[in-house]
Design a protein around this ligand. Structure first.
Ligand SMILES: Cc1cc2nc3c(=O)[nH]c(=O)nc-3n(C[C@H](O)[C@H](O)[C@H](O)COP(=O)(O)OP(=O)(O)OC[C@H]3O[C@@H](n4cnc5c(N)ncnc54)[C@H](O)[C@@H]3O)c2cc1C
Length: 454
């Protein structure tokens, strides 16, 4: 396989069977069992991606696209071996068109690299999943994050894609126009397909103006439900909120231990308001009123980049603080999303359930979207704990579905949520499987992910 790929790529450094490179591409941050690919290929052009796929399709070799490898459900693990196709060398920002509020970039460009190019034009690409993910990976998982409450997920911010299909055919979806009604929306189909329907090689994204003023507030509450109700009021009030994030007191405790800080260990809402000065200042008063109405314990606000970064520091360190808090334990994170009015009840249900089952847990929510992550820390070698985590996670998902929500707000299905997708959309699976068969009849693209065996 390596010799055949070398003939196509012609560069030993970009067709790797080095054990460390194979290991890196065979595991991720999560509890999912690693499995190495047979070879890692680093294409530098769409033509090279097409050549690799033509070869793999003819030989029935699995191909797993790989971006920054930051996904959280075992998405990039090549469970059936084959080729890990690492897109990170396709890292050219092809064009920034400020007059059209868009940019065109290769799939391996990271969101921060793109923003470095757009910032001088007073523009930015808003989707922020925390990790410095690639645009290809973000499109493939329909990532969202802290700013989605204002700007939506990746799907809402992609105008067009260049995609290489399983047989090596290159197709272009969408256009540079800001809207289209031309036929089936295949851009949306490839977005969120997790590398199972095609390899994205180029992404055309929407850009947004950087606002005149941003003010951030950090507000602590006596309980999580009061914080959630405040988040719902902020979103429902149509305020200029660009971020509305929630951490529970356990997460604050982990952050204090990790960063040696002394934040109040109470449920904390982080809010960012952006827009014209008069609107933002008026909205800040309304946020404070809403928070006080819910019995807020403290309310701090800051303007100016450095002061705001300091105010948000706790939120930014949450993921790594939680990893550090339970060094000897496995971690698993759920990703439910509910209609926002249901968020306070969903968080109350999660807390009661976790406490009843005696599990160590934390809650982090993109509260403005109704998207909440319950993080479990557990001993993977203890079958009783593993089983308790599984049943509790099942119950969390079941609750979200019962109030009209979903098993995944942003992380996707990967290996970890196939059963939940069946539970949520069992009636649609034959349709999804039909689409998969149409686009990838030999099943070479990221096999074993998203869909149950056909
Ligand atoms: C600390 C931390 C915080 C996070 N917070 C968030 C968050 O708030 N919101 C959120 O949405 N996610 C979050 N994530 C998850 C992760 O960052 C996102 O899923 C991200 O979109 C993955 O991008 P990536 O470039 O790392 O893709 P990878 O992990 O490399 O790949 C993800 C999936 O996309 C496929 N893929 C990758 N590139 C392509 C391509 N070019 N064409 C086709 N398929 C491709 C892969 O096969 C895989 O199935 C977080 C992760 C971490 C580690």
């Amino acid at each position: 396989m390596r010799d055949a790929l070398l003939e196509l790529i012609g560069d030993e450094a970009r067709v790797s069977v080095s054990p460390s490179v194979l290991d890196q591409h065979g595991s991720d941050f999560t509890h999912h069992r690693p499995h190495a690919p047979d070879v890692v290929v680093f294409p530098e052009s769409t033509d090279e991606v097409a050549a690799v796929l033509r070869y793999a399709n003819a030989e029935r070799i699995p191909v797993v696209p790989y971006g920054a490898g930051s996904s959280l459900e075992g998405h990039t693990i090549p469970v059936r071996g084959g080729i890990s196709l690492d897109l990170t060398r396709m890292d050219r920002v092809v064009d920034v068109r400020p007059q059209d509020l868009l940019a065109i970039a290769e799939a391996g460009v990271t969101r921060t690299a793109l923003n470095a190019k757009t910032q001088p034009h007073g523009l930015f690409f808003p989707v922020d999943p925390g990790a410095d993910a690639t645009l290809g990976g973000m499109a493939a998982t329909n990532a969202s994050g802290t700013t989605s409450v204002r700007y939506g997920s990746t799907r809402a911010n992609v105008l067009a894609l260049e995609v290489v299909l399983a047989d090596g055919t290159v197709v272009h979806t969408g256009s540079r126009a800001r809207k289209t009604s031309a036929g089936y929306d295949l851009t949306s189909l490839f977005i969120g397909s997790e590398g199972t329907l095609g390899v994205i090689t180029q992404v055309t994204v929407r850009l947004h103006g950087i606002a005149e003023l941003a003010i951030s507030a950090r507000i602590t509450f006596p309980d999580l439900e009061a914080a959630c109700r405040t988040a719902v009021a902020i979103v429902g009030g149509g305020l200029t909120a660009a971020r509305v994030e929630l951490l529970d007191e356990r997460t604050l405790r982990a952050i204090n231990a990790y960063k040696e800080t002394s934040y109040l260990e109470a449920p904390t809402l982080f809010v960012e308001l952006t827009g014209a000065e008069a609107a933002v200042l008026g909205d800040l008063e309304l946020v404070q009123l809403a928070a006080e109405g819910e019995g807020a314990l403290t309310f701090d606000s800051e303007r100016g980049t450095d002061a705001q970064l300091a105010l948000w520091e706790a939120r930014h360190h949450a993921a790594f603080a939680l990893l550090a808090a339970f060094p000897d334990k496995a971690r698993r994170t759920s990703d439910m999303c509910v209609p926002i009015s249901e968020l306070p009840g969903a968080i109350r249900h999660a807390q009661e359930l976790m406490s009843a089952n005696g599990l160590e847990f934390t809650v982090l929510a993109h509260a403005g979207d109704g998207n909440y992550h319950v993080g479990f820390a557990f001993d993977e070698d203890d079958p009783a704990q593993r089983a308790a985590v599984q049943t509790t996670n099942d119950a969390l998902v079941e609750y979200a579905l019962s109030v009209g929500g979903t098993c995944s707000g942003e992380h996707g299905i990967g290996l970890g949520k196939i059963g939940y997708l069946q539970r949520e959309h069992g009636d649609l699976l034959p349709l999804m499987q039909g689409i998969k068969r149409q686009l990838d009849p030999n099943g070479i693209l990221n096999p074993g992910k998203v869909l149950p065996p056909d």
